[in-house]
Every structure is written in structure tokens, then in C-alpha cells.
Design a binder for this molecule. Sequence first.
Ligand SMILES: Nc1ncnc2c1ncn2[C@@H]1O[C@H](COP(=O)(O)OP(=O)(O)OP(=O)(O)O)[C@@H](O)[C@H]1O
Ligand SMILES: [Mg+2]
Length: 220
Amino acid sequence: MSMIVAENVTKRFGDYVVLDNLSLKIEEGEFVSIMGESGSGKSTFLSVISGAAKCDEGKVFLCGKDLSALNEKELAVMRRTELGFVYQFFNLIPTLSVEENVLLPIYLRKDNVKKQKEYMMEVMERMRISHLLNRYPDKLSGGEQQRVAIARSVLYKPKVLMLDEPTGNLDSRAREDIMDLLVELNAKDKITIVQVTHSMETAVRGTRIVHMIDGRLEEE
Ligand SMILES: Nc1ncnc2c1ncn2[C@@H]1O[C@H](COP(=O)(O)OP(=O)(O)OP(=O)(O)O)[C@@H](O)[C@H]1O
Ligand SMILES: [Mg+2]
């Protein structure tokens, strides 16, 4: 099944065409790395395929659903249940502890916290951050912060995980750690992954590389 389909997507900011009649299909189980120069439209593309922003022309299907056919509420539910998203910076709320940050979506959804907490601990241990539960984000390294953000994003077992330069500001050791984790989430948990990265070393850890050039995507 195709998890993400972008069909002839065009996105403009005023007169400026950021995404130019761009098409891409990502199948279930793929781990796609998107590369491209700064300003080429990678983050904009992630916004469009995640439903955070609308395209001006074309269509986007996420997990088989036409995003343009969903109303605000349906879109919000879809994004909360099927999708995990990790930004490059500022993923964590500074006034909340690690545990509170990770449990935030569960509180917001008024889910059974006790039940979800057990699974959270399992995830935290897998990501080697269970000893950090009571710390605050400003007392964590960049790599630890991103592992916390990834833990939170996979708590609901999303079908698709999108990450915008998750290792952009990390050293090579921390970068490797995060990539090992993503490879495992892709291979073992069968989560389809789309990451934006500037580093070829990081990009090759996925199963496929596409390049954003002049508002279009070209296969490696
Ligand atoms: N909301 C907006 N309004 C106007 N222009 C925007 C907006 N968001 C992005 N742009 C412009 O669109 C272009 C693509 O931006 P985008 O953030 O997608 O690039 P990027 O490939 O992610 O770059 P980087 O590698 O630096 O993160 C840039 O020229 C940017 O200035
Ligand atoms: Mg960007």
C-alpha cells in the first residue's frame, strides 16, 4: 500500500513557486531520505504531506486518505493517530520534565495514563532515556532531547514518522545513535519513515534517497 502519495503538488508563497508540480509515492515500509539545498523546499514539502499546510494545486494522500477531502477535525484526528512528527529544534516544552513531555499527548487525549505509561517505559528503555524521566529539557544533550522527541512521536504507534533534520545539530556519535533507532523503528516496528537530512552519511541509512531540486524531487 502507498503510505504517502503526492500528485502534481504545487505550492507557492506569493509569486514564488516552492514546490513545482511535484509527484512522489512512498510505499509502506520505506525509509526515505530527502536531501537538497537550504531553501529548496524540503520543510515545506513535509508540511504539505503531513497535512500541516495545504498545497495550491495537486493532491496528497496520506495512509490512503485524500487530505483535501478531510475537514479540520478529521485532519487533526488523522495527524494524531497515524502520524509522528519530529522537528529539528524545539521539540520539547522547557517547563515540563521529560516524563511530562512524553506523556503530554496522552494527557491531551485524556487516555488511560496508567496503561500508556507502561508502554512509555518500554519505549524509553529502548531509546536509553528511561533514566532521564525527571530531568528538564535544558539539562539534556541535543541527542537526548531528540530521543525524547522520537519516543513521544512513536508512543501511539504511528504508521508514518516524519522527521525534519532530526540530527542536524548533533555530533556523529549522537547522530549514529538516532539513526540506529530509526532503522530499528522502520525494520522492526514497520513504521514508514520520511526524513529530511543534509548529511549523506545519514541519508544512506534509509532505503531510498530523493533530492529536492528547483521545487521537484529527483531519485538518486
Ligand atoms: N510561510 C512562508 N512564507 C513565505 N515564504 C516561505 C514560507 N515558508 C518557507 N518559505 C520560503 O520557501 C522556501 C523553502 O523553504 P523551506 O523551509 O521549505 O526550505 P528547506 O529546504 O527546508 O530549507 P532548510 O534546509 O534551510 O531547512 C524558502 O525560500 C523560504 O524562505
Ligand atoms: Mg527546512
